[in-house]
Design a protein around this ligand. Sequence first.
Ligand SMILES: *[C@@H]1O[C@H](CO)[C@@H](O)[C@H](O)[C@H]1NC(C)=O
Ligand SMILES: *[C@@H]1O[C@H](CO)[C@@H](O)[C@H](O)[C@H]1NC(C)=O
Ligand SMILES: *[C@@H]1O[C@H](CO)[C@@H](O)[C@H](O)[C@H]1NC(C)=O
Length: 617
Amino acid sequence: MKFLEVISSFSSLIAIVSAVPASLPITKRAALDDFIAGQTSIAANGVLANIGSMGARSYGASKGLTLASPSKSDPDYFYTWTRDSALVFKALVDRFIDTGDTNLQLEINNYISAQANLQTVAGPTGGLSDGLGLGEPKFLPNGSAFYGLWGRPQRDGPALRATAMVAYGRWLLDNNYKSAATDIVWPIIKNDLAYVTQYWNQTAFDLWEETLGSSFFTTAVQYRALVEGSGFASSIGKSCDDCDSQAPQVLCFLQTFWNGEYVVSNINGEGEIKRSGKDAASILASLHVYDSDAGCDDATFQPCSPRALSNHKAVVDSFRGFYAINNGIANGSAVAVGRYTEDIYFNGNPWYLTTLAAAEQLYYALHQVDSAGSITITSVSLPFWRSLYPSAAPGTYKSNTGTYSSLANAMRTYADGFISIVQKYTPSSGALAEQFDKSTGAPLSAAHLTWSYASFLTAVAARDYVIPASWNAGTPKVPSTCSASPAKGSYAAATNTAWPDFPCNTATSVIVTFNVLASTSPNQNTYVVGSIPELGGWDAGKGVKLGADRYTQDSPLWYGSVTLDAGTRFEFKYVKTDASGGIVWEKGQGEGGTANRVYVVPKGCEASVALKDWFTS
Ligand SMILES: *[C@@H]1O[C@H](CO)[C@@H](O)[C@H](O)[C@H]1NC(C)=O
Ligand SMILES: *[C@@H]1O[C@H](CO)[C@@H](O)[C@H](O)[C@H]1NC(C)=O
Ligand SMILES: *[C@@H]1O[C@H](CO)[C@@H](O)[C@H](O)[C@H]1NC(C)=O
């Protein structure tokens, strides 16, 4: 009996575009490279598995909607979040543009179509007519409103969704699909931009959904959305005047989070926010405003900016010696990174995505200084550089100098260190949960967190200098005095989701997921057994054992996946077995109940398919 792990059908297409400086000792580097190569395909599959309706772990999620995690209890993440989905799809759009994997494009189109509908779903924060409903953070996985108590509104989601869609919109334009960009994608973006221009100056819950106030992360991604949204509008012959009027005000406000040493991640809290303000959300913000053409601009907190490097040190150092698993790690070496030290969620632990973000910022920073041809150390960034390279001194070091090489190598070694920490605490299956235990390093909280997998993909892409497109951040001028005169937006449902027929690569192998509702007793297992060797050749003992980690009384789900050649025709049945050798075959199908189930693996563009069956008793 074997449970076949889903095999990546596209990981071999990942492009390693350019040579990058390498400074780890060769053997260590090789071990890390091997881990990254294997983990990349696991992460890519991990993301796709959580996307409805064909993903291997997505049973219950509608087409184009992404589960935060398939976990339904302790914690229950069986919802789709606007923020998480947007971050994940931004990563998939960049990956599609890099690899040309047309299966990803199908997922992207489905995502966009699903968001057009989701924007119109009225829920507890309101509806579309005045934009309020766009601040709803999460929905049921079938796209219906979620009415439970929650930290709402959250205002980063619309901005991040606009950014993800602009990234795809640019590809459409560059590839002569202007009407898809204009008629399908733009109306959705336009609503999200209107939301930002209207509500950016009101408080909301932060990305961790805990703090009501103004969040640096939210403000940063809002600024980006306005700038690139306006640029995208121009490129399709439209305009976003409100984006243009609001962006400088948002940028001005963004500066107020800087305290001279680090970013105070949450301000304007109702009641006192009893925290230092050091929060990995600021590192995430730096990634999500990254622009390869913006240099080390402080105003937009670019990854290599003195501010962002000083902030990186402050945030990372706050976790030094703070978690037991970080004990004994020398200053200047990577440690496990959590959200913020006052965190009490699951008792406060490091997260995979924040540890990966610490690496990703530094890889982008390296790329930026590499493009600039020099490293400039200022009084603000000096402590950061000194912690990596004790003799660092203020000045500008051209890329042909020894000092530059030493600094860049030290930074790269430091960045790789964060990936090594993730490697150390990733189980051999490669599964990425949300957190890992601060004392034992064991995975914790939601299993298969989509955002954890996406973070892995973006961090290692950054390591290989696979760089997302510029959003024309430029080196903006910050107004000398801040003002706030938000613009009232106008909103309309985006109704066109008629995608053109894009050329696609026919999938040669397909991940086939079997989902079957089968009530079983505690000592029983469920298998899928069929006519082909992959399904045991009708030998009940050699079929594919299904998993029951989402089995409930109401939804007795057993599920599992096999990768099969497109076009394969097979017959099969579900079978229950017990420890003492008892075997219960399901009854036959069709009239008289004699026939086996029959399935032909589709020979099309999609690289995954999911069956939804009931055990026939
Ligand atoms: C979505 O699921 C909920 C809860 O299971 C259900 O009440 C609702 O009717 C469903 N909505 C749709 C559109 O199917
Ligand atoms: C609104 O903007 C003004 C000017 O930047 C700022 O002082 C204020 O804190 C902002 N309030 C919120 C809630 O964003
Ligand atoms: C790291 O630096 C801090 C502050 O500079 C110092 O107190 C601490 O002892 C150092 N830790 C190690 C392990 O060297």
